[in-house]
Design a protein around this ligand. Structure first.
Ligand SMILES: [Zn+2]
Ligand SMILES: [Zn+2]
Length: 267
């Protein structure tokens, strides 16, 4: 799971302590319900700022009187799980207090214009958040939409269709583990990331680029393994070797270079 803690996205503290919930019947799925600009699709760098904006809007809503962002987690189209109220805290998003005590709330960061279709990455992140709430937050087996039991369009027809289909994890596969630090390496995809012509857009390249950008390397996160990615890879391999992580300096992301990107402490 790609987890972004409140500290990492720059959350404001809640206005009051959150109300504790020991367990819920399950989770309700939401969406933003406004325009989500399509430019976000290719720029995860925008996502933390968008989460900060959602929190600010919620805390400024005098009708609702929210003490914090209303959701337990918010999931961006790049599969990152942003921590909202988190585990064992009552959501404010489901419509009224009985509904808020009955289910947690997770928000898929798509809208009713611009980005309206969930990406596979978004659905993967939603599954990760739901499983985290089940494993550590006492969430029961139900997965519903905001519109179940409350008059709203939320979470929009495409996401609601996924909920009604049983909220399947894209491509099947196993549960991503780890809920805390976000530094455990995702499994090496089994694909060597290298400069090739023509350049091919690749989700694994994007994952590695994002990790390297998070480590502070000057890199455009665009899924294309071009000259910039190759140069960063070679410099990282040289730098790692100088720090005792012996990597072949070849500008190719194989299993050891992939794992080092997550496991080597950022120095
Ligand atoms: Zn909603
Ligand atoms: Zn994102």
């Amino acid at each position: 799971m790609k987890f972004v803690s409140r500290a990492e996205w720059g959350a404001q503290p809640p206005r009051q302590p959150w109300a504790y919930v020991a367990a819920t019947q399950g989770v309700k799925v939401h969406y933003e319900g406004t325009e989500v600009p399509t430019g976000v699709l290719n720029d995860h760098g925008l996502c933390a700022g968008r989460v900060r904006d959602i929190q600010a809007a919620h805390m400024a809503d005098t009708t609702q009187g929210w003490i914090d962002v209303a959701y337990n987690y918010l999931i961006c189209v790049h599969s990152y799980v942003f921590e909202g109220r988190g585990l064992h805290h009552e959501t404010g998003a489901n419509g009224n207090q009985p509904l808020n005590l009955a289910h947690y709330a997770v928000c898929g960061m798509i809208g009713n214009s611009g980005i309206t279709q969930p990406t596979d990455d978004l659905l993967t992140g939603l599954r990760d958040a739901i499983e985290l709430l089940r494993q550590e937050g006492g969430a029961g087996p139900e997965i519903k939409g905001h519109r179940d039991g409350y008059a709203t369009d939320c979470p929009g027809d495409p996401l609601y269709a996924w909920v009604q289909a049983g909220a399947p994890r894209p491509g099947g596969g196993s549960v991503a583990s780890g809920g805390g630090g976000g530094t455990s390496a995702p499994p090496w995809p089994g694909e060597y990331l290298r400069l090739q012509q023509p350049l091919l857009h690749d989700g694994n390249v994007r994952t590695w680029q994002q990790r390297m950008a998070d480590r502070g390397w000057p890199l455009t996160v665009d899924g294309w393994y071009g000259a910039q990615s190759k140069a960063v890879c070679e410099q990282f391999q040289q730098d790692s070797t100088a720090h005792g992580w012996l990597l072949t300096v070849d500008g190719v992301v194989g299993e050891q270079t992939w794992n080092a990107a997550w496991q080597r402490p950022v120095s």
